[in-house]
Design a binder for this molecule. Structure first.
Ligand code: NAD
Length: 356
């Protein structure tokens, strides 16, 4: 069988210490594609020529471009990875859909506006393109085990999900996507939230709140509680807590334990031995991309599909909208923009400039 011809947009520049100005996620995608016999990386594009050239040399990629549109026009691609910052996801995904690729795997978060996220999903649907987002935690052992324990009925019926993360938009998309995994892709009914954005905090160029409290209710009555950026304080004490009628599961504990659970009436926690893994890896992205490719080849819907990513994205922009409205926001979310970015732009919120 002919190999899938893969193109990468936004190669990044490999750095010794990645940060919010560059993780070079394209290298993580490429390491995953390299493991797959079904795929061949044939082209890459980065607006910075030396970034594209360095990536092409490392992965032996023949087509090297500074203009991704030229790459899409000249190279016959089956699969495109979009690894740029979020304000570029929408235009790049729309262009790749028009170019006639079969699949697009895009970095998270989906887009820089709620309207953009919806347009990407709609364009992919219309063009028959499989559009997925890199919420790789769905392939991480601690999260997979938590879901398995929940499905086995270990903690009874799910009542509430809790999480603690730096901000709801950039990092938070992973956390809320885990809520979707645990809660069987239920959509939320409403969200009520308040943010604090007293100091400018730009993550990949986008404003992200300094602190936030969010409550949401899913259609099946499960509640989600999200606490962000408590400045070092740990209001939740783990990255994910699943509370059931008969017990609790915690994932990503402050002391480094990846997972533990306690059944109702028990004093002690059970700590399953799942080896040397954290909530970040290793192997999550490799397994995520392998599954995206397998689903494409077998014609199955992947759990990283845009339709699932929209569930978390609606909560993210809905939470910012709740702050703007100073009230509860009922879904479907009837806005198009990014309310936090809009409030900063029009002066409703005036953060102190950050000194980097
Ligand atoms: N899945 C995860 O766990 C995870 C972790 C970190 C970052 N991310 C996400 O990955 C995305 C990319 O982040 P990164 O840190 O890898 O970025 P990066 O800065 O390392 O790389 C992005 C590259 O895109 C290039 N670029 C910019 N404009 C372009 C254009 N018009 N055409 C082609 N190339 C262009 C830049 O020159 C840069 O080299 C972000 O959305 C971020 O949120 C995901």
């Amino acid at each position: 069988m002919a190999k899938l011809r893969v193109g990468i947009i936004g190669t990044g520049k490999k750095k010794a210490r990645p940060d919010q100005f560059g993780y070079a996620m394209a290298y993580r995608h490429a390491d995953a594609f390299k493991l797959l016999d079904s795929c061949e990386m044939v082209a890459c594009a980065d607006i910075v020529e030396e970034n594209a050239a360095a990536f092409a040399e490392k992965y032996n990629v023949k087509g090297v471009y500074t203009d991704y549109r030229k790459m899409l026009a000249e190279v016959n691609l089956d699969f495109v990875s979009v690894c740029t910052w979020m304000h570029l996801h929408e235009p790049m995904v729309l262009d790749a859909c028009k170019a006639g690729v079969k699949a697009i795997h895009c970095e998270k978060p989906m887009a820089d506006t709620w309207g953009g996220a919806k347009r990407m999903a709609a364009a992919a649907d219309k063009a028959g393109v499989k559009l997925t987002f890199n919420h790789q935690r769905r392939y991480g052992e601690p999260f997979v085990l938590a879901k398995k324990l929940l499905d086995e009925g270990k903690i009874g019926q799910l009542v509430r999900l809790e999480c603690e993360c730096g901000n709801i938009y950039d990092g938070g998309t992973h956390f809320i996507d885990m809520f979707s995994l645990f809660n069987n892709e239920q959509r939320a009914k409403w969200v009520l939230a308040q943010i604090d954005y007293r100091t400018e905090n730009l993550v990949f160029g986008q404003p992200c709140e300094g602190q936030q409290v969010v409550l949401t209710e899913y259609e099946n009555g499960v509640f989600g509680l999200i606490m962000t950026g408590a400045g070092g304080a740990k209001p939740i004490g783990c990255v994910d807590r699943l509370i059931g009628t008969d017990g609790t599961i915690e994932v990503g504990l402050a002391d480094g334990k990846p997972i533990r659970y306690r059944l109702a009436g028990e004093k002690d926690w059970t700590v399953p031995d799942i080896g040397k893994v954290s909530i970040h890896g290793p192997g999550f992205i490799e397994r995520a991309i392998a599954d995206v490719v397998a689903c494409l080849l077998e014609g199955r819907k992947c759990q990283l599909d845009a339709s699932n990513a929209l569930i978390a994205t609606e909560i993210i922009f809905g939470a910012y909208e709740s702050s703007r409205r100073r009230g509860r926001v009922d879904f479907p979310l009837d806005i198009e923009d990014n309310p936090l970015a809009a409030m900063v732009k029009n002066g409703d919120i005036k953060p102190v400039k950050a000194t980097v």
